[in-house]
Design a protein around this ligand. Sequence first.
Ligand SMILES: *Cc1c(COP(=O)(O)O)cnc(C)c1O
Length: 321
Amino acid sequence: MSAVLPTYEDVVRASEILNGVAHRTPVLTSTTANARTGAEIFFKCENFQRMGAFKFRGGYHSIARLTPEQRAAGVVTFSSGNHAQAIALGARELGVRATIIMPLDAPAAKRAATEGYGGHVVTYDRYTEDREAVARRIQEETGATLIPPYDHADVIAGQGTAAKELFEEVGELDLLFVCLGGGGLLAGSTLAAQALSPNCQVYGVEPQAGNDGQQSLRKGEIVRIPAPKSLADGAVTTHLGNLTFAIIKAGVKDIVTVTDEQLVNTMKFFAERMKMVVEPTGCLASAAALDQVVPVQGKRVGVIISGGNVDLAAYAKLLAA
Ligand SMILES: *Cc1c(COP(=O)(O)O)cnc(C)c1O
């Protein structure tokens, strides 16, 4: 894979490719959130994006960038989460075959959602097989192109279109909070902020249990941690990518963390006050702003809500607790 870093020009090109395909999601405000923090907060609602998360942007964009020959051979990825659904839906829209490699014990609902978007699911045994080896075998057999969930220039550029839309809609901001797993969304958002709001301080927000990004930023190199346990299942990655870390290191002010309890309280806030279903991972950035993990008083603050895909039974249990 090329190690060339994506730039804001790539984000602009991605937004042209996604125009009319991805939703231009709404930016919402809440009087309660503003009163509570003394800030003016703008929520970019990617929970209303197609397939329920920003990942559709990077997934579709990456497939659209393939040559006709590459498209004919299909795409492959490994994920049981939103990236799987994004690749499945993006591929279907573009008439490309998508193979999604999932652990045998992935939740039935996630598998069904991916198949519902037309993805071809191949399972592997997490305890005895290496998913990357399975992906390589499929690539060798079919010539399919591997599309990883975050460490890929076209994925990063696609994810950056959400923040681009936010700045275009509300103008320059003092602070921008973005959730952080492998760093595709944060890296893309950083490119947009540098171009459209150069004085904006960009913060990444991770689950406290999995602060590898924070450790990496402090240390100046990618730190790997054991698989963390957090309600934020979209952000329990063990390390950042080479491309995402390079952009984050150069442009992000700091990386902060929030607890699972803060995520649940934020989910409740969205349900009760803003009438929105937001998944725990989607609450990371908002929790940091609402709980003033970074002081926000008197500032114009952007927050990206990354997704809204929940298991309803688990969601109801968390809200009732
Ligand atoms: C994937 C995902 C994240 C993390 O995104 P990265 O680009 O890996 O940092 C955050 N929230 C949701 C809802 C996701 O699906």
